[in-house]
Design a protein around this ligand. Structure first.
Ligand SMILES: Cc1ncc(COP(=O)(O)O)c(C=O)c1O
Length: 452
C-alpha cells in the first residue's frame, strides 16, 4: 500500500458505527477533520499510527486479566499472556532495562504506583520539580495525591530557566527525600541524569526519571538516556513515543542492585495496590508502538522533532517572543508572553481560532493563576509526524506572531470578579475574528500538503 494511502487510513472507522450510532460516528468524524486541518502543537500530543489505533479497537478490549502473565485471577488468558509478555520484551529491549511493568493505565497511575511501592503513607518523602517550574502534578504537588498522601518538597528552576544542580543538591541534603523525581512537563532543555544520580546517591534516595515527554527522543538517541543513572524510569506511551495512551514503569540494573525486590514491589503496587484488570487492547497497542519505535525511521523522526523545535524557537525569537531558558533543545518551547502584554489563555484561544492548537501554561514566577497563566507551551512532535521540516517553521512562527498580535486587542481585566464575564464574552466573540479566521484558512491549506 502506498504510504500516503496508509496514512489516510489512520482515521478509518467502520461503517457499522455510522449506521448504528450516527451521533458518535459524526462526532468522531468531526474530530478527525479537526485533527487534519489544524497544526497540533501541544507537546504531549501526537498522531498514533493506523496500526496502533487498529490494535486498540480489537476484541482484546473484552478480556479481564487481573494479575500477571501465567499468574492470573481469571481463566482464558493464554493469548493475553503472550500479548503482555511481548510488550514487556519489546520495552526491555528498546530501553535496555531488565524489568518493566506495562499495566499502569496512564501516566498519573504509573507515578502513584512507584510511590505506593516505595513510600510509607504520610511519611515517605518525594522531591520533584514544582509545577510553576515545569514539573508535573504527580511529582509531589500539593494538589495531587503525590503531595497529599506523601510528604513532598519541590525544587524550582533558576532565573535562566534551567535546572540549578547545586541548589537541587543543597535541598536534597537538607530534606533527605526517599525519592527524587527528575522529569518535567514543560522544560525545554536536556536533563543531566548523571548529575541527578549523584545527588540521589549522596542522600541515599531512589532516582526516578519520569521521561513521559522525552521517551521518543531517548529511544531515538537524540536525548541522553537515564538508564545508567536512574533506579526507576516511568513514561507515558502516547507523547513523543507515539503510541496509545498508557504507561511503562521500568527498573534498571542500578535499581535492582539497590533493591532486588523493586520489580515485585511495583507489580504489587499496580495490582492489588491501585488497579484491577489491565487494558489488554492498550497493552497490544503499546507493543505495536514499541516495535515502530525500534525502527530506523523512528530514530530519524526523533532527531527531526528536535531539529524542528530548535528551528521554530529561532524563528519565534525573531518576533521577540521571550522563550523560557532561551530556546529549545528537545521537543517543546515555553513562551513567556509577559513582554507581549497578552495573557496566555487569551493567546491560546486566539491561536486555536487561527488553527494553531497550543496550551496555555504557567511560566517561572508567574503571578497569574493556572486558568489565566502568562505563557504558552508548544511542541513539534505531532507536526513532525505529519512531515513538517525546519523550512516550514518560519511560516508557523509568522502565523503565531500574527495571531498573538491580534490577541493583544483582548485585554483580560485585572479585577478577578470582572474576568469571568469578560472571558465569557471573549469566548463568544473570538470565533468571529476575521483576521484569525483568515490565518486558519491559510493553515488549513498548508495542512493539506501534510496528510495524516
Ligand atoms: C511528566 C509527566 N508525567 C506524568 C503525566 C501524566 O500522564 P497522564 O495524563 O497519562 O495521567 C504527564 C502528563 O502530561 C507528564 O507530562
Amino acid at each position: 500500500m502506498p504510504s500516503c494511502q496508509k496514512k489516510l487510513n489512520r482515521f478509518r472507522i467502520e461503517k457499522m458505527l455510522k449506521n448504528k450510532d450516527p451521533q458518535v460516528y459524526s462526532l468522531i468524524k468531526e474530530e478527525e477533520k479537526r485533527q487534519r486541518e489544524v497544526l497540533e502543537m501541544i507537546p504531549s500530543e501526537n498522531y498514533a499510527s493506523a496500526e496502533v489505533l487498529e490494535a486498540l479497537g480489537t476484541v482484546l478490549n473484552n478480556k479481564y486479566s487481573e494479575g500477571y502473565p501465567k499468574k492470573r485471577y481469571y481463566q482464558g488468558n493464554a493469548v493475553v499472556d503472550e500479548v503482555e509478555l511481548l510488550a514487556q520484551e519489546r520495552a526491555k529491549k528498546l530501553f535496555g532495562v531488565p524489568y518493566v511493568n506495562v499495566q499502569a493505565l496512564s501516566g498519573s497511575a504509573m507515578n502513584l504506583a512507584v510511590y505506593v511501592a516505595l513510600l510509607e503513607p504520610l511519611k515517605g518523602k518525594i522531591m520533584g520539580l514544582s509545577l510553576a517550574s515545569g514539573g508535573h502534578l504527580t511529582h509531589g504537588q500539593p494538589q495531587s495525591a503525590s503531595g497529599k498522601f506523601f510528604e513532598s518538597v519541590l525544587f524550582t528552576i533558576n532565573k535562566d530557566g534551567q535546572f540549578d544542580y547545586g541548589k537541587i543538591e543543597k535541598l536534597a541534603v537538607k530534606e533527605k527525600p526517599d525519592i527524587i523525581v527528575c522529569g518535567f512537563t514543560a522544560y525545554p532543555q536536556v536533563i543531566d541524569f548523571k548529575k541527578f544520580s549523584e545527588i540521589a546517591d549522596k542522600v541515599g534516595a531512589y532516582l526516578m526519571a519520569d521521561i513521559s515527554h522525552i521517551a521518543g527522543l531517548v529511544v531515538s538517541g537524540v536525548h541522553p538516556s537515564p538508564v545508567p543513572f536512574a533506579h526507576i524510569i516511568t513514561t507515558t506511551t502516547h507523547k513523543t513515543l507515539r503510541g496509545p495512551r498508557g504507561a511503562l514503569i521500568m527498573v534498571t540494573q542500578k535499581g535492582l542492585k539497590k533493591d532486588p525486590d523493586l520489580g515485585k514491589k511495583i507489580d504489587t503496587a499496580i495490582i492489588p495496590g491501585l488497579q484491577g484488570g489491565p487494558h489488554d487492547n492498550q497493552t497490544a497497542a503499546i507493543a505495536v508502538a514499541l516495535k515502530e519505535a525500534a525502527t530506523p525511521a523512528f530514530k530519524a523522526y526523533g532527531f527531526q522533532i528536535v531539529k524542528n523545535s530548535r528551528a521554530l524557537a529561532k524563528e519565534l525569537k525573531k518576533f521577540d517572543f521571550d522563550l523560557v531558558s532561551g530556546g529549545s533543545e528537545n521537543h517543546l518551547i515555553l513562551i513567556d508572553l509577559r513582554n507581549k502584554n497578552v495573557n496566555g489563555a487569551i493567546a491560546a484561544l486566539a491561536l486555536e481560532v487561527a488553527g494553531i492548537v497550543t496550551n496555555k501554561n504557567g511560566v517561572p514566577n508567574d503571578s497569574m493563576p493556572p486558568f489565566y497563566p502568562s505563557g504558552l507551551r508548544i511542541g513539534t512532535a505531532a507536526i513532525t509526524t505529519r512531515g513538517f521540516r525546519e523550512k516550514d517553521m518560519a511560516k508557523i512562527a509568522g502565523w503565531m506572531n500574527e495571531a498573538v498580535e491580534e490577541a493583544k486587542k483582548y485585554e483580560l481585566p485585572k479585577d478577578k470578579e470582572e474576568r469571568k464575564a469578560y472571558w465569557k464574552d471573549f469566548r463568544k466573540n473570538i470565533y468571529k475574528n476575521k483576521k484569525l479566521l483568515s490565518i486558519a484558512r491559510e493553515v488549513k491549506a498548508l495542512t493539506k500538503r501534510f496528510p495524516i
